[in-house]
Design a binder for this molecule. Structure first.
Ligand SMILES: [Zn+2]
Length: 243
């Protein structure tokens, strides 16, 4: 899996996290994600970089996600630190879930809503396969990192809407069914689980060793805050822990 870090530092959502605007942000930053939500972009644009450029603006206040998966290369463009609160699901899932967008093939022609026609099905299926496979790898990595059970923690935006934790959207299942593929989110979750097991991960979460990196320890809180501020410039996921 190729991971490219390109944070949307100008996006108002990133700024709200940086300022630790309220407890929804600080809770997410302290605790990390408890779920992972899969989206697809809903337009015929395979390039993750195009979204990164479009969304990395101070006036782009509609949405912010943790990653885009490029349709041409399968590369993961990470656009928020994993422990930042995103604006992706239009509901309470933003307080708990990482949001990841699959980019879509350029040969789709969208009609109204989530329906589209396909100009080159083989090409489109190749893109959908590439993004799904990269998403399996990414979600396996995140499940491992945050000790999440893929069968419980992973939902699609569509499923989140049905559960009442997200807005009523059809992605990404509309992409797969619109291409005539019989892929389901249950298949996706199983693929992530299999991938985790193939990596030799302990199937029971919470029992794996965790390696933290410490860069300072102080009795004076102000000194600790100053060190944290310095560290955050390069490592936005750095945090302070009182013992
Ligand atoms: Zn969505």
């Amino acid at each position: 899996m190729k991971l490219i870090q390109s944070f949307l530092t100008n996006n108002p959502c990133y700024q709200a996290n940086l300022k630790r605007q309220d407890t929804r942000y600080t809770d997410f930053q302290r605790r990390g994600p408890v779920g992972l939500m899969l989206h697809s972009v809903g337009c015929a644009q395979p390039s993750a970089e195009v979204f990164v450029r479009r969304w990395n603006r101070a006036d782009y206040d509609r949405a912010c996600v943790h990653a885009f998966i490029d349709g041409n290369t399968g590369a993961v463009w990470q656009t928020l630190p994993w422990n930042y609160r995103g604006w992706h699901g239009g509901g309470s899932c933003n307080n708990t879930h990482i949001g990841v967008e699959l980019c879509e093939p350029d040969c789709l022609v969208y009609g109204s809503g989530a329906s589209f026609t396909v100009r080159d099905r083989n090409r489109a299926v190749a893109v959908a396969t590439r993004t799904r496979n990269a998403a399996v790898e990414l979600f396996a990595m995140l499940c491992k990192q945050y000790s999440l059970d893929p069968m419980q923690a992973i939902v699609s935006h569509r499923e989140g809407g049905k559960q009442g934790i997200a807005s009523g959207h059809a992605d990404p299942e509309h992409l797969w069914s619109g291409l005539g593929l019989d892929w389901t989110m249950d298949d996706f979750r199983s693929m992530v689980r299999d991938r985790l097991h193939a990596d030799g991960a302990d199937p029971s979460p919470g029992t794996q060793p965790l390696y933290r990196v410490q860069i300072g320890a102080f009795h004076n809180r102000a000194y600790a805050e100053a060190m944290l501020a310095k560290a955050r410039k390069q490592f936005p996921e750095a945090y302070l822990k009182k013992e």
